[in-house]
Design a protein around this ligand. Structure first.
Ligand code: PEP
Ligand code: MG
Length: 329
């Protein structure tokens, strides 16, 4: 596997018609970071900060968080890292965070008190993470994004926590990040309806298709009985993604897909056909996707997707497979 990574490490993901596709990796632990250089990816598009919390027996204190974030930034060098604030709660519940809520378990953890919903109420947690990230990124660019934003005010409130910590550090004459870029994850379908309100406040948007698709189909992403039932390549998901990508286009901000579907060949091909140019994926998928990207012409796949979605073909996956085979992709 290492040899396969190495062979494609230097390959630049550019389509036949010259479109550069940005391919980044998803990570969450210190040990994941070497993958960035092994794969030659463009950066870390999703760093899941909750992993450190999940592998700890006690709440990671600020200094431990800062150390991890600084190590990750140092290892990434000039390449960007997007830190996602903790997505805990729900099914990623932490024993040491319990006992101070109302004692009730979430009946639907995925739709429950998790991620930003929890972080905005556990202000100490959010403040500590904000301070750790700001300190770790001193002198650099800090890219931070918030998970499970459902309404624009939640983004505003989360950003405010960072801005007040920034003010605190400034008053102490600490070294600050050179630049802070704030982003939101689109995982809750309701947010798509108010993207015009949110987008002007964002530096970037990242689409978390794992949660987004489970909410679109009301189908638990971890239920094996449903795993095969709804296809990522269904007209509903594809049309939804197309609408989001187009509506963001007018705001000229980066839009990335960081859910698992982005790492699958046909899904990535379809997303590129919808206009997407940035993916953050599992490291093992970087090489295969680079190879594929170099073989496609975006004008061709864009026209094909338009045709297939205008009057939805019953089997979009089948159409994509034939399309790719005919072109030796
Ligand atoms: C997603 O929901 O697509 C996502 C990237 O976040 P996670 O898988 O960590 O919930
Ligand atoms: Mg998610």
């Amino acid at each position: 596997r290492q040899a396969a990574y190495a062979a494609l490490r230097e390959v630049e993901p550019r389509t036949k018609d010259g479109e550069r596709i940005t391919i980044m990796v998803n990570a969450g632990l210190r040990d994941d970071v070497p993958m960035l250089n092994m794969t030659g990816a463009d950066g870390i598009g999703l760093f899941r900060t909750e992993f450190q919390f999940l592998v700890s027996a006690t709440l990671p204190q600020r200094d431990r968080q800062t150390r991890l974030y600084r190590d990750v930034l140092e290892a990434a060098g000039d390449k960007p890292v997007v830190f996602r604030t903790v997505d805990i709660g729900g099914d990623k519940s932490l024993p040491y965070l319990r006992g101070d809520d109302d004692g009730l378990d979430d009946e639907n953890p995925a739709m429950g008190w998790r991620a930003l919903r929890l972080a905005l109420e556990r202000e100490g947690l959010m403040k500590a993470q904000a301070r750790s990230l700001l300190e770790a990124a001193a002198g650099r660019t800090l890219n931070v994004m918030f998970p499970m934003v459902s309404e624009p005010w939640e983004f505003d409130a989360a950003k405010e926590v960072f801005e007040s910590q920034l003010e605190f550090l400034r008053s102490r004459r600490k070294m600050l990040p050179e630049q802070i870029r704030y982003g939101a994850m689109l995982e809750v379908p309701a947010l798509a309806e108010v993207l015009d309100v949110l987008a002007p406040k964002l530096s970037f948007l990242s689409i978390g298709t794992n949660d987004l698709t489970q909410f679109l189909f009301a189908a638990d992403r971890s239920n094996p009985k449903l795993a095969e039932r709804y296809d990522w390549l269904s007209p509903s998901i594809m049309r939804f993604m197309r609408r989001v990508i187009r509506s963001i286009d007018v705001h000229a901000i980066d839009v990335t897909v960081c859910g698992e579907m982005g790492g699958r060949r046909l899904e990535a091909l379809a997303l590129i056909g919808l206009g997407l140019r940035r993916l953050s994926i599992t490291p093992a998928a970087v090489g295969p996707l680079k190879e594929m990207v170099c073989k496609i012409d975006t004008r061709e796949i864009t026209a094909a997707m338009e045709r297939w979605l205008a009057d939805p073909v019953p089997d979009l996956r089948g159409s994509l497979i034939s399309w790719a085979e005919e072109r030796g992709i």
